[in-house]
Write a new protein. Structure first.
Length: 155
């Protein structure tokens, strides 16, 4: 399977904006447009398109943010697979690719994300990849999960 994590440019922006999640997932994540607007106003956010065989199938946004304890945290801030491509194993596949991508890009020891506690499907996926709740809440009241990165990681 030929897949890519691509930066969003004028050339693929419309394609990425066409991505959407199922109606019953709407409360769990902002729209792609809202994410791109946020990335435009806060340069720390880096939005990317997830591609399979040349077609956009998903969206993610990541960044590095300071924490109150003085450290920097790598966040996988948004992540979804388009409704038309769900239930094909792409959620697991691209989560694995994004974890590797962030580990290499930032040489980080931990990756953080946040999730609403009623988003059971996402929580189960994240737990399969070693994310655990750390007891924190983000500013929107979502529960924070963290994944320790180990040198022998080939998850």
């Amino acid at each position: 399977m030929f897949t890519e994590i691509r930066d969003i440019t004028a050339l693929n922006k419309e394609e990425v904006l066409a991505l959407h999640i199922a109606d019953n997932q709407q409360n769990f994540i902002e729209t792609t447009q809202q994410c791109l607007d946020e990335a435009e106003s806060d340069q720390r956010f880096i939005p990317v398109g997830l591609y399979k065989e040349g077609s956009a199938v998903g969206f993610a946004m990541y960044g590095v943010f300071p924490h109150e304890d003085g450290t920097q945290r790598v966040w996988l801030d948004r992540y979804f697979i388009d409704e038309r491509y769900q239930h094909q194993g792409l959620g697991k596949y691209f989560l694995q690719q994004l974890i590797k991508f962030l580990q290499v890009k930032y040489n980080c020891k931990e990756i953080f994300l946040s999730v609403y506690d009623d988003n059971v499907v996402a929580i189960q996926l994240y737990q399969k990849f070693g994310f655990v709740f750390n007891g924190e809440l983000d500013e929107k009241g979502e529960k924070v999960m963290v994944r320790e990165v180990f040198a022998h990681d080939n998850h």
